[in-house]
Design a protein around this ligand. Structure first.
Ligand code: SF4
Ligand code: SF4
Length: 342
């Protein structure tokens, strides 16, 4: 997941062994959300996020899953704050209006500021903590914001609704190995997980390029697994690696299960993509610079781009003289592995 390859495994094992001895403290605060990210975490068995956070690290506070309650819990939390140097995970958006989000008579905003100030890293998990998510949807009466905006800290943003537990585990392990914040995009998301669009990694992309779309749920085209663009898929405008990471122990993901992507990994979601089943107005077609194609022309334009690409390749090859110099061989008649991959 971290792109370290087999050579990185001993480094990861070392970092986890050290962590298991030192038990770095994790404080997990819940603000405005439905605790879906905690649910996703504790239900995962592969990779075992709960094992990492509960056994290797020391989860000192998470009000959703801890057995203790009341004064005892408040004392644990105070102790963690006094010691400082914990990894702070925040789930949920933060109400900016006074009185709209309180825990034990304190504003969520004040609690967040206090704990972020003494953390060695702040991780915002899920779309609510990154941009406000569902609770910040119009009209947003509590004026809910994401962690970076509300607290003014450089949180590592792991959006998606809920957070993908694989991404959370890999981010924590990366931090343990490197003791550094990962390289991030301009929205504070680790590039390694949020560097490409859903569309560019989608298993239905071949259908998109060929102009084969589902036009109606329950149709033959849906059965054949055609592209969901016309059913409102926001994959072309959404950056995340859901097709690779997948959900439910990596069994499946939204588009794999037949639902259009609703863009939950993007800033300003949900309002940005409301009308989940409405089509995006256009999609940039790779290979033709900035050309955008509307729903009815995608197949044609993508086809032109493909032909243009093939033609450009053929012209380039001819200029280099490869067509003339290479004598026909037996191998040329057989499909190569490279050809298959394309
Ligand atoms: S529009 Fe959606 S379903 Fe179609 S290829 Fe792109 S991401 Fe996949
Ligand atoms: S595929 Fe789209 S809607 Fe589904 S989790 Fe990923 S970003 Fe969110």
């Amino acid at each position: 997941m971290l792109g370290l390859g087999a050579a990185g495994i001993p480094r990861i094992a070392d970092a986890l062994e050290t962590a298991a001895r030192q038990r770095p403290s994790v404080v997990w605060l819940n603000f405005a959300s439905d605790t879906g990210c905690t649910e996703a975490l504790i239900k995962a068995t592969y990779p075992n996020a709960a094992q990492l956070i509960l056994d290797i690290l020391s989860l000192d506070y998470n009000e959703t899953i801890m057995a203790a309650a009341g004064t005892q819990v408040e004392e644990i939390l105070e102790g963690a704050l006094k010691r400082g140097d914990y990894i702070l995970i925040i789930e949920g958006g933060i109400p900016m209006k006074k009185g709209y989000g309180m825990i034990a008579r304190r504003e969520m905003l004040d609690i967040g500021k206090e704990f972020a100030a003494k953390a060695k890293a702040v991780i915002a998990v899920g779309s609510c903590a990154t941009w406000g998510g569902v609770p910040a949807g119009d009209p947003n009466p509590a004026s809910i914001r994401g962690v970076r905006d509300a607290l003014g800290v450089d949180a590592i943003n792991l959006d998606l609704c809920p957070v993908n537990e694989g991404i959370l585990v890999a981010t924590i392990v990366d931090f343990l190995v490197t003791q550094r914040i990962p390289e991030m995009d301009n929205h504070g998301r680790p590039k390694i997980f949020y560097g490409q669009t859903i569309h560019d990694q989608c298993e239905r992309r071949g259908h998109f390029n060929a102009g084969r779309f589902v036009e109606r749920f329950g149709s033959r085209e849906e059965e054949l697994g055609y592209c969901l663009y016309k059913m409102g898929c926001k994959g072309p405008d959404t950056y995340a690696n859901c097709s690779k990471m997948r959900y439910n122990d990596r069994v499946s993901w939204c588009i794999g299960a037949g639902a259009p992507c609703i863009g939950c990994g993007e800033p300003e979601w949900v309002d940005k993509f409301a009308g989940f089943y409405e089509r995006l107005p256009g999609v940039k077609v790779p290979g033709l610079g900035g050309v955008e194609a509307g729903a009815d022309k995608i197949g044609v334009v993508a086809g032109v781009a493909t032909v243009a690409g093939i033609a450009a390749h053929a012209i380039g090859t001819a200029r280099k003289g490869r067509f003339k110099k290479e004598p026909p061989s037996e191998k040329a008649d057989k499909p190569s592995d490279t050809g298959k991959a394309r």
